[in-house]
Design a protein around this ligand. Structure first.
Ligand code: XCC
Ligand code: SF4
Length: 629
């Protein structure tokens, strides 16, 4: 029926990781469709769309601009290529910023409900962090109980979304020099929701037509995410569930269990995943699983919510966005619980080929074919118990003849929050700064973002990560990039052997990996805070530091927001997948070069990981030279 060698070849082309390859083979054998098949079915993809030259904003359109300088040169309303490309970019970026920040809002609301005693199963775990942040907000802490402080902080943070103060408090964490750059450009974010709403206003027909003005607002909107919504998501998650510290665990599709009930947590918000974890750990749940003939319950994560529970509790992680369909294809998943973002609407079709149940939990993210169990703070633990019960119940429906779980998980060390990194260094960034000044470590690069079926899964992340550490550049990671590195064995202290001599020596001395897992995508805010601390110790701006960013395999609008707040904060960022801006020479040259004169950073597009490493190293050298080191 099928040719095993041909199938193997297809799988090898699609993914780098062996366990992912094995499951891709199984999807082909089982006749189960995946994102790679759907990408193929989409060929050729629209050339206007790829260049950003298609506008579908109003019903005089859709309009498109001739990319070769012919006609049409304007949409029906008169919009030019520059306007359309910039507007589309702002639109995408605002969607990404909204996703991060709305997730942040839900965590802050959970903190509020917890403070008011209305949230079932939640508690304040990191009171020290609560106090520190309360002080930033000018909230009195002396002699007050944590619930009262948390209530004030949550209300203060919720106010930031529709603020009338015209200023987001957490922006003050940025070094003064960086903040001055924003002030001079008039891009200091005023409120989290406000920037997104204004972005929506500006992309309406007949509003902002000036590409430069549109892009400046894109920068402001991105800052409201990075230094606003995402930072609040990270901070309040730490307050509620604990600030991560180094932890050992396992990664890849081999983390699924042959003899236990498998529950996969997929999505983004720890508000959900933490409660499922709690429910799984209850003795009654374990007993119920055993009564059904299972050896226990195996909880694994996927995508960023997986990163959240990996960072804080060492829960194993099954994979990245491209592994979601593959996990189901093992035939061993009883329940996949989802909240929102990066969830392929196709997983219910995949699940219908096996016994897997997909459980949707967010009122704003329903997927046809899933079972809906609304998750609310007041009844969180009860709902979590119900979902776990459903998984246990479903164990009997598993068909052992259709189960194939690949060997075997790879060890990782995760949990490198900003606080944990500082602690590993002895409480201050001085040792890191000394190593950078001495040249033992050349600089630091944040490798972040997604997988994209257009690129062999994980190959961009891994090639770039290896190349950077070889050149004595410390790598910090979040999101699917970090999961990819885990699968490839880069997240363990032993991986220091792959690093250049300087970085290797530092890692060995501290017992840390050369690639540090800093968390989920909203935790890119941890990278900002770390950069701010280092800049403050040196008395410079973030744009002066020998730092870089990269998103080798990004797909998501959220990645556009992250890349833009990196660049706006002064961090040069290389994209491995071209953004849809090549239809406008003006937009391209602004983002890829002119910005350097303004924020001392820009974007670059380079699909080749070795060349991307060259670019990042050159930028780090440029900044080292300017610092006189
Ligand atoms: Fe999604 Fe966050 Fe991208 Fe992975 S890295 S594909 S956004 S899960 Ni965040
Ligand atoms: Fe066409 Fe202008 Fe409407 Fe866009 S906004 S669809 S370019 S008429």
């Amino acid at each position: 029926m099928y040719d095993p060698i041909a199938i193997k070849k297809v799988a090898e082309k699609r993914a780098l990781d062996r366990t992912s390859q094995m499951m891709i083979e199984k999807t082909i054998e089982d006749g189960v469709e995946t994102a790679w098949d759907r990408l193929q079915a989409q060929q050729p993809q629209c050339g206007f769309g790829q260049l950003g030259l298609c506008c579908n904003n109003c019903s005089m359109g859709p309009c498109r601009i001739d990319p070769f300088g012919g006609t049409p040169t304007r949409g029906v309303c008169g919009a030019t290529a520059d306007t359309i490309v910039a507007r589309n970019l702002l639109d995408d970026l605002a969607v990404g910023a909204a996703s991060h920040s709305d997730h942040g809002r839900e965590v802050v609301e959970t903190l509020l409900h917890t403070a008011e005693g209305k949230a079932q199963g939640y508690q304040i775990t990191d009171a020290a962090k609560l106090h520190l942040i309360a002080e930033e907000y000018g909230i009195p802490t002396e002699g007050r109980d944590d619930a009262a402080i948390a209530g004030d902080l949550a209300r203060g943070m919720l106010e930031e979304f529709g603020s009338i103060k015209n200023r987001i408090q957490l922006v003050d964490r940025a070094p003064e020099k960086t903040r001055t750059v924003w002030q001079n450009l008039n891009i200091t974010p005023r409120g989290v929701d406000r920037e997104v709403v204004e972005a929506m206003h500006r992309v309406h027909m007949g509003v902002d037509a000036d590409y430069l003005n549109i892009l400046l607002h894109a920068m402001r909107t991105s800052l409201s995410d990075g230094w606003g919504g995402s930072m609040m998501a990270t901070d309040c998650s730490d307050i509620l569930f604990g600030t991560p510290t180094p932890v050992r665990s396992w990664v890849n599709l081999g983390t699924l269990s042959r003899d236990k009930v498998n529950i996969v947590l997929h999505g983004h918000n720890p508000v959900l995943s933490e409660m499922i974890l709690k429910a799984v750990e209850e003795p009654a749940a374990k007993e119920a699983a055993r009564a059904k003939g299972a050896a226990g319950i195996n909880l694994v994560g996927m995508c960023c919510t997986g990163n959240e529970v990996l960072m804080r509790h060492g829960i194993p992680i099954a994979g990245t966005i491209l592994d979601q369909e593959l996990a189901i294809a093992t035939g061993a998943v009883e329940v996949m619980v989802i909240d929102y973002q990066c969830i392929f609407p196709s997983i219910t079709a995949t699940a219908s080929c096996y016994h897997t149940k997909v459980v949707a939990t967010s009122e704003k993210s329903k997927v046809p074919g899933s079972i809906y169990k609304e998750f609310r703070p007041e009844t969180a633990l009860d709902t979590a118990r119900e979902i776990v019960g459903m998984a246990i119940e479903n164990f009997a429906a598993r068909d052992p003849n259709r189960v194939r779980i690949p060997d075997r998980p790879v060890q990782v060390m995760a949990g490198f929050s900003e606080e944990a990194i500082r602690k590993a260094l002895g409480g201050t960034y001085k040792p890191l700064i000394d190593a950078i000044v001495a040249g033992t470590i050349k600089g630091v690069v944040g490798v972040v973002g997604c997988n994209n079926p257009k690129i062999r899964e994980d190959s961009g992340h891994i090639a770039l990560g290896r190349e950077l550490i070889r050149r004595n550049i410390l790598v910090v990671e979040t999101g699917c990039a970090a999961i990819a590195s885990g699968k490839a064995g880069l997240l363990v202290p032993e991986a220091a052997d792959l690093a250049g001599d300087g970085l290797k020596a530092v890692c060995k001395a501290l017992g840390i990996p050369p690639v540090l897992h800093m968390g989920s995508c909203v935790d890119c805010s941890r990278i900002l805070v770390m950069a701010a601390h280092v800049a403050d110790e040196l008395g410079v701006g973030i744009g002066d530091l020998p730092l870089g960013g990269a998103a080798p395999e990004w797909y998501s609008q959220k990645a556009i927001a992250i890349g833009t707040y990196f660049v706006s904060s002064g961090v040069y960022t290389v994209l491995g997948v071209p953004p849809k801006i090549f239809g406008s020479q003006n937009v391209l040259s602004l983002l890829a070069s002119q910005l350097t004169g303004v924020v001392n950073a820009s974007f670059a597009v380079e699909p080749d990981p070795v060349k991307a490493a060259d670019l990042l190293e050159a930028e780090i050298d440029r900044k080292r030279q300017a610092l006189g080191i």
